[in-house]
Write a protein of this length. Structure first.
Length: 203
């Protein structure tokens, strides 16, 4: 399926609706999800059957949640702030894991895009430059959607690090702010149980 067709793909459009707009970063996460799920031979997780780990808080993380079904709320979506366009997926039942990391070469030579990106970010771009940036962004998105998996990502099997399943934890009351807090996250300080935020404020 070509990038132009992929832009109208139902799954990709679900990602766009969730994220809010089409962009290269979202396309990276979408393609990463496809590769990971194909490598593991799995479908979207209705519950906690899969565990996804993202090493970036960039746009692609949203597509990972939509396509894999792994979410913060279900406890099977893990964020590690490593600053890499790298994503992992683990199948709990079969105890298999796969990690993909964006290849450097995919964007080599995109000097015009990065130059305009800086202007857009600093609100210094003219209307013509904004229009050109939009064109380049769409071209970049299509390039990602068109790329062969192996040229887009480094793909590797990993030893699965499987976290325990999410559990419901009773709340206690912080002795300072009075807000309900998960009991296992309350800290003992001077004879009181206090939340992490209040503990930080007292330091």
């Amino acid at each position: 399926m070509k990038g132009k067709e992929m832009l109208s793909n139902e799954d990709f459009n679900q990602c766009v609706k969730f994220h809010g707009h089409v962009c290269p970063g979202l396309a990276i996460g979408f393609r990463a999800s496809q590769v990971l799920m194909k490598q593991l031979g799995v479908r979207k997780a209705p519950d906690e059957e899969l565990v996804a780990t993202v090493e970036t808080d960039a746009c692609g993380a949203d597509a990972i949640q939509v396509i894999t079904g792994c979410t913060f709320g279900k406890g099977n979506f893990i964020f590690k702030n490593y600053g890499k366009h790298a994503f992992s997926l683990v199948d709990r039942k079969r105890r298999r894991g796969v990690r993909v990391c964006l290849q450097l070469d995919i964007f080599r030579g995109d000097t015009e895009f990065f130059s305009l990106f800086e202007k857009v970010q600093s609100n210094e771009a003219s209307s013509i430059e904004l229009e050109r940036f939009g064109q380049l962004k769409m071209e970049r998105t299509k390039k990602i959607l068109d790329a062969e998996s192996e040229s887009l990502f480094k793909i590797e099997e990993i030893s699965p690090d499987i976290p325990p399943k999410a559990r419901i934890m009773e709340s206690g009351i912080c002795g300072i702010c009075g807000e309900p807090t998960k009991k296992d996250l309350l800290l003992q300080r001077n004879g009181k149980q206090i939340c992490i935020l209040c503990d930080q404020k007292t330091k």
